[in-house]
Design a protein around this ligand. Structure first.
Ligand code: ATP
Ligand code: ATP
Ligand code: MG
Ligand code: MG
Lengths: 227, 227
């Protein structure tokens, strides 16, 4: 379902190269629930952005559902991102001048849903993340953890087949964090693929499989490079 | 040293009021090392912003080092913030078009330090947070945890007497998070006051005292309101 082969991501910056990912080889089945862990700067967000079709590798191949993503047109990529993938960004990336509800409705606007159905679905998913009464507030009128939950709600509202969450509980207390993870588990029980980047071993424990990065490479639990 | 009496913070929004803080009474000694915990939305960042002179309460009084902050002039407040207080924001608030080193030098520019000394100090504190080689990169060329560490470095570079850190390890793995906490402990050993907002009980355990908020109020460990 997700097949990464020999993936490299290298940022060329003036005289130096920053190797964000190297030698990444990874197979993920449909319906997988995986956690990605590793030190700050080890390449986790970069890997997520490539899986989520938000970024392209410098070299290597990425097959999603049998299709080589590098060969896809801009329109095909946009359609994949909107229909199939729900992405929770590490820095939320909410529209500052739109209310929480409008932010959450955005993927449904792209999907062409009528207004009443959009409002209904946005309200449902905001309730699921504990923000039922805050839909009419803007991001800068909310706490850090509330904004994180709006970003989570937006990623889930289109019922995507792949949920990619980059440190979704970083700004949340344990209780609400567990509620969010229960939502992810429920989604995974329905057969959807869930991939979570986390620094928290308790969060990784909820996944069925853990992938560990160090300095841009995959390593096993002893820290030795996997090939 | 820090004395909050009957602090309220109420946001008036159209027809409704959001009570972010109510009945806050708190004494913090000079050299205290305190953690503030509580659910998402419970008022932690709001409390930190008031302590850090970045926001004013709706009612109540705040004495800092014997001076009533509400009675201070704009210039006096700016001087306090620049000389006495180092603030790590939950959302980092870095200048996107400046390098990490320039971001870290900013408080020293306000303090009037000459360029060579600024560069030296910025390099020292960037090394202390594990970013020795990244000073010439901009925030959008860095990972989430790297940006968080630039924000931490900037808060510490002017050697403030009060360090206020709003969830400083939220984007960091355990190893680098522990290194940051060791830096805070070292600063506290020198007699400086350190206050950390955190969702992580392991981080709170490093402080000498924990303050718990729920729905804008201080509660004891059983969850009962403190008066
Ligand atoms: N500018 C604002 N206008 C209206 N309400 C606000 C504003 N800023 C914060 N709030 C509300 O005040 C309450 C406390 O917010 P605060 O940011 O202090 O919470 P917090 O404890 O830091 O939460 P988190 O752990 O999620 O960061 C929240 O309900 C929040 O939505
Ligand atoms: N646009 C960019 N230009 C140059 N280097 C970059 C860029 N984006 C990321 N990097 C670097 O690539 C490496 C991997 O970054 P990435 O964001 O994937 O790390 P991460 O594992 O998500 O870290 P964190 O846990 O701190 O969020 C880091 O060293 C980072 O500084
Ligand atoms: Mg990241
Ligand atoms: Mg906060």
């Amino acid at each position: 379902f997700i097949k990464l082969r020999d993936i490299f991501k290298i940022y060329q910056m003036g005289g130096e190269d920053v190797v964000a990912l190297k030698d990444i080889n990874l197979d993920l089945r449909r319906g997988e629930y995986a956690a990605i862990m590793g030190p700050s700067g080890s390449g986790k967000s970069t890997l997520m952005n490539i899986i989520g079709c938000l970024d392209v590798p410098t070299s290597g191949s990425y097959h999603l559902n049998g299709q080589e993503v590098a060969a896809a047109t801009e329109d095909e990529l946009a359609a994949i991102r909107n229909r199939e993938i729900g992405f929770v960004f590490q820095t939320f990336n909410l529209l500052p001048r739109a209310t929480a509800a409008k932010n959450v409705e955005l993927p449904l606007i792209y999907a062409g849903l009528p207004p009443e159905e959009r409002r209904q679905r946005a309200a449902e998913v905001l309730e699921a993340v504990g923000l039922a009464k805050r839909g009419h507030h803007k991001p800068n009128e909310m706490s850090g953890g509330e904004r994180q939950r709006v970003a989570i709600a937006r990623a889930l509202v289109n019922r995507p087949s792949v949920v990619l969450a980059d440190e979704p509980t970083g700004n949340l207390d344990t209780k609400i964090g567990d509620e969010i993870l229960a939502v992810f588990q429920h989604i995974n029980d329905e057969g959807k693929t869930v991939i979570v980047v986390t620094h928290d071993p308790d969060v990784a424990a909820k996944a069925r499989r853990t992938i560990v990065l160090r300095d841009g490479q995959m390593v096993d639990r002893a820290g030795k490079k996997i090939k």
